[in-house]
Write a protein that binds this ligand. Structure first.
Ligand SMILES: [Zn+2]
Length: 268
């Protein structure tokens, strides 16, 4: 069976439910972190907003709420999709990248952050934000918080700042694998758990054995699809992207070339 399809996603959610886990939005979790057997499902909508809607509908059918972080770029920011995801009972957050977009100019970045946050608040009373990795930019978007606080903007949480990953098990599907962390540039957290998964089925098996940690934050991007053509296309792209990312870490020329390609992709 192919992994990272909506069918695989359904099997994962069902396995958590069978094992007695409750799903909470990120905002609920930061407000009350002491909950037992908790899954916080975070979706970074980097692109393919339509896929996010399919995932949101499936979750709604399964009776769970998740948190969708939207970027301001048009590949992510679809008012129609955002509106429908709110209707389905999910939380909306802002996936910010203002420091990278403003080339490190902190003053401009804060103004842009404020404006974009207000924009997303037209759809949902946004209380959570989450940085976008901006892997090809030299600016780390989290540096926005060097001289500012979340509460200044009426925010309660940022996954990279507000979660103790010694207590919360973190899983991410970066690069179409649960152990693809080596491909991540900034989306990295230190964790004290010795567990390692590659496929979704391995997580399901672990849940069935009762060996899965009590509290987990899962980052699932919106690349999960039942459409075979899209699935193969995206896997091929991720395969080359991961190769490029690894080579870019070792070779500056390839790094610059990769950076240009990403820039062109987001400008189209
Ligand atoms: Zn992102």
């Amino acid at each position: 069976m192919r992994d990272f399809t909506l069918d695989a996603y359904r099997s994962l959610v069902l396995a958590f439910q069978r094992a007695g886990y409750q799903f909470h939005t990120f905002e609920e979790f930061v407000s009350c972190p002491a909950m037992n057997k908790t899954v916080v499902m975070r979706h970074d909508v980097d692109e393919l907003a339509r896929n996010a809607l399919k995932m949101a509908k499936l979750e709604n059918k399964l009776g769970i709420s998740a948190t969708y972080f939207f970027r301001i770029v048009k590949q992510s920011n679809s008012p129609e999709v955002i509106g429908q995801i709110v209707q389905l009972g999910h939380e909306i957050g802002y996936h910010y990248e203002d420091l990278a977009l403003c080339e490190g100019d902190e003053r401009r970045a804060i103004a842009s952050f404020k404006e974009n946050l207000e924009y997303f608040r037209k759809y949902y009373p946004v209380k959570s934000v989450c940085m976008h990795g901006s892997s090809t930019s030299k600016y780390d978007n989290r540096l926005l918080w060097k001289n500012h606080t979340l509460s200044e903007f009426g925010l309660v949480g940022e996954p990279y700042l507000s979660v103790d990953f010694e207590k919360v098990y973190y899983l991410t599907d970066t690069g179409y694998a649960w152990d693809g962390g080596k491909y991540a540039t900034r989306d990295i957290v230190k964790s004290g758990y010795g567990l390692k998964f590659h496929s979704t089925q391995q997580i399901v098996n672990c849940l069935e054995k009762g060996e899965f940690p009590n509290t987990t934050l899962i980052l699932a991007h919106t690349l999960w699809t039942n459409n075979s053509l899209q699935w193969y296309g995206l896997h091929l792209r991720e395969f080359f992207r991961n190769r490029m990312k690894l080579m870019a870490k070792k070779n500056k020329g390839i790094g610059r070339l990769y950076g240009k390609m990403v820039e062109l992709y987001w400008k189209q």
